[in-house]
Design a protein around this ligand. Structure first.
Ligand SMILES: [Zn+2]
Length: 378
């Protein structure tokens, strides 16, 4: 097997780039948007839908799968790929972010994170080693180290503590990952850059991640409640500190403007629940902005969601019909809206890749966002 990641083309108008990751579950062209399958399922979509759209990788959440169905079930199923019958790539997060956002109780020590399950209140301890082991049982093609994420507005002292712990946990995770590899596990470990919104701390954390043996690097602690211009500033700042030869991943990015900012900053991978979550609430994305299907103006509108979209939903169904499905609370509405939204974002990334290859990414971004921001689906 050759290199895990190869940069294919650097855009001359920005830091955007195309590349390819290769694992035993196939290739992943970058930049890539990864849909989120929290519980081992991308909500309202089948694996065949995901393949039809063209996804080469999906994300799943370690925290959720660890609690339900439990690693014993997934081990017995011979890994998450077999369990959910998905034969392409799977990236899993470390579970740390969900502990911080969902668990009713958590205590962070040098050893790891102790928390109570949001499902039944039972106590659990996640350590850097255990998180590597769980993701090994899942059979993740790409896995994340346990990290300590702080939110927008955190004090410097807390950010320093989070950074120190994240760095020490990285060393322990890397050792554990190397041992798993000796046992035959083929997945790649990504380190995570923290440092909150302090430039020197970001630099220190990026230096630690870059010096580690991990095949990829994630930028954590962004999109945690900060204003958009601060997100942008720290995204560009942190991305520039990372080595060119490793893939760069930013978590929780899913709107067209954030995705295009990330690509411009040289980010290769991103994920978000947004397209499926908004789909389930009847909101759809188009090249001329997003709109809510429930509005009365679509009652007699027999056009597709997006006339420029080539997905099966836009080819076969009208706004009028989808509005009717939404109002009668038919499950089909969630399925069709989620399918279209994911297709739309995948298409956006495909177009961005083409623009990078032709050295016109900034023009593409400007044109796309101008139309996207001015319209509400019209
Ligand atoms: Zn469509």
């Amino acid at each position: 097997m050759g290199n895990f990641f190869t940069v294919q083309h650097n855009d001359t108008s920005s830091r955007a780039r195309t590349g390819v990751m290769e694992t035993p579950h196939g290739k992943v062209s970058t930049p890539v948007f990864m849909p989120v399958g929290t519980n081992g399922a991308v909500k309202a979509l089948t694996k065949d839908d995901l393949k039809e759209i063209g996804f080469e990788i999906i994300l799943s959440n370690t925290y959720h799968l660890y609690l339900r169905p439990g690693t014993d079930v997934i081990a017995a199923a011979k890994g998450l790929h077999h369990f959910m019958n998905w034969d392409r790539n799977i990236l899993t997060d470390s579970g740390g972010f969900q502990v911080f956002s969902l668990a009713p109780f958590r205590k962070i020590t040098e050893e790891g994170v102790k928390f109570r399950s949001h499902i039944d209140g039972a106590y659990h301890l996640l350590t850097p080693e255990k998180v590597v082991e769980i993701q090994g049982i899942l059979g993740s093609d790409i896995q994340m180290q346990l990290d300590y994420c702080t939110s927008w507005g955190a004090a410097r002292k807390e950010a320093e503590k989070a950074l120190t712990l994240t760095s020490r946990w990285l060393s322990r995770a890397t050792d554990a990952w190397k041992k798993e590899q000796e046992k035959g596990y083929g997945g790649k470990l990504f380190s995570i850059v923290q440092g909150n919104f302090f430039e020197d701390l970001r630099k220190e954390s990026a230096g630690f991640a870059a010096a580690s043996d991990t095949p990829g690097i994630a930028i954590g602690g962004l999109s945690v409640g900060e204003p958009e211009e601060v997100f942008r500033e720290y995204l560009f700042y942190t991305s520039a500190l990372l080595p060119a030869e490793k893939p760069r991943y930013v978590m929780g990015i899913g709107t067209p403007d954030y995705i295009l900012d990330a690509i411009e900053a040289g980010i290769d991978m991103f994920d978000c629940v947004l397209p499926t979550r908004t789909g389930r609430t009847g909101r759809v994305l188009t090249r001329r902005g997003h709109f809510a299907l429930k509005k009365s103006e679509y009652r007699m509108d027999f056009r597709p969601i997006d006339e420029e979209c080539n997905c099966k939903v836009c080819r076969e169904y009208s706004r009028s019909y989808l509005r009717h499905l939404f109002r009668t609370q038919e499950i089909l509405c969630s399925m069709l809206a989620s399918f279209h939204n994911l297709y739309f974002l995948n298409d956006l990334v495909l177009e961005a890749r083409r623009a990078i290859e032709e050295n016109r990414f900034l023009d593409f971004k400007k044109d796309f966002l101008e139309r996207y921001r001015e319209g509400q689906g019209e």
